[in-house]
Ligand binder design. Structure first.
Ligand SMILES: [Zn+2]
Length: 392
């Protein structure tokens, strides 16, 4: 995975039939003819949408948000309980959504699941996928059973070359510290990242700091409360730090409610992030403190989250929303987030960069004007593309 290089004017890329890059550089250096000369276009690698829930692929209208995460989750679950799940309908929706994402330039997804109902449709699509089986259990007595069930599920399917498996942890309010420790240990042993929704909403703090708030209520209602839970007396981020599980293989998803001090600590530990601002704005109205994230050197990628909170599911929108809110940040950091950082966070070495040997997929972005001002060029790609086409 290299650093993003500067745009090359009048450049060309030679790909073989499988989309593998044979050569790239100024056209004058390429020993080939070219037949597709398009002005005002920038060629960039395909992008990675690092956090999706394709179980929601069929939701064309979002679950109403604005009242916090707990309220949103309750609405989502009550909506789901009235619907038949899985089967042909879901397979078709997943295939359709993946095809739409592919045409708009996405080459890989981080699919976050609690079961395998979307596995077949993703495998058939050929889309690269980090299949993150996130475990849920706040009860201490269920740790072994939860891990055993997930390991069994992993063995029972045939993994295509385009898909990779990881155990994930759902969120601080749904995963006991004991289960968290086990998942962190297993993922570290396998040299893969651990992914968790973290600091998405303020209520998870209440649970850890004082054992109160809507998550305790919710866990009691569904019979998932741990009777021996003692308040941690600090936020989940601080608690995880005391457990010693925050390091450069930990990927925190959201961080919308993380404080400046917490972001400084995460940066010092080398924790990386996946940001989903469109979903955050819908569910809680919070945005992660991107200036502090960047200032603390936290590397980040982007993800749309599910269609239940972001029906558009176009990862370029995440970059646009953040750049509009922080217009003084260089647009190039969002191009990194969409490409090289996404590839590093999902663990796909041959995606995210136009370099010989890679199979990154190529996206042609038509913009208003080609200019020597790199910042303006990069801003146009994110804020005002006229067209985006997948060309390889
Ligand atoms: Zn999510």
């Amino acid at each position: 995975m290299g650093e993003r290089s500067q745009p090359i004017p009048a450049a060309g890329v030679i790909v073989d039939d499988s989309g593998r890059i044979v050569a790239a550089g100024p056209r004058s250096t390429l020993d080939s003819h070219y037949d597709d000369r398009r002005d005002h276009q920038v060629l960039m690698p395909g992008v990675l949408n690092c956090h999706v829930h394709l179980t929601d692929a069929g939701e064309d209208t979002p679950v109403p948000g604005g009242a916090g995460l707990n309220a949103w989750v309750r609405k989502l679950l009550s909506q789901r309980s009235g619907e038949p799940r899985g089967g042909t309908g879901l397979n078709e929706s997943v295939a359709e959504v993946l095809e739409r994402m592919r045409r708009a330039g996405t080459v890989a997804v981080g699919e976050v699941v609690n079961n395998y109902e979307t596995f077949g449709a993703i495998a058939r699509s050929g889309m690269h996928c980090r299949f993150i089986h996130e475990l849920i259990s706040f009860r201490r007595d269920r740790v072994d059973a939860t891990i055993a069930w997930a390991e069994e599920a992993r063995k029972n399917v045939e993994w295509p070359a385009t898909m990779a498996h990881t155990l994930g942890a759902h969120a601080p309010y749904s995963v006991s510290p004991e289960l968290m420790r086990r998942i962190a240990g297993l993922t570290r042993d396998r040299n893969v990242n651990i992914y968790q929704h973290l600091a998405e909403d303020p209520d998870e703090r209440l649970l850890y700091e004082s054992t109160s708030g809507p998550w305790r209520n919710f866990l009691e209602q569904i019979g998932a409360w741990e009777p021996e839970w003692t308040p941690a007396g600090c936020s989940p981020i601080e608690y995880y730090d005391r457990m010693g599980i925050l390091d450069d293989h930990f990927v925190a998803v959201h961080l919308a409610d993380a404080t400046a001090d917490e972001l400084a600590m995460l940066g010092a530990r080398g924790v990386r992030a996946i940001l989903s601002p469109v979903s955050n704005l819908h569910i809680t109205g919070l945005l992660p403190k991107l200036d502090a994230i960047v200032g603390n050197g936290i590397r980040f990628a982007l993800g749309t989250d599910g269609r239940g909170s972001n029906p558009g599911i176009d990862v370029f929108d995440e970059a646009r929303v953040l750049l509009e809110r922080w217009p003084d940040l260089p647009a190039g950091i969002f191009l990194d987030a969409l490409t090289t950082e996404g590839a590093a966070i999902l663990g796909f070495d041959d995606l995210g960069a136009i370099a010989p040997g890679n199979v990154p997929g190529l996206v042609a972005v038509q913009i208003e004007r080609i200019t020597d001002d790199i910042r303006s060029l990069e801003q146009q790609i994110i804020l005002s593309p006229i067209r985006r086409d997948r060309v390889a």
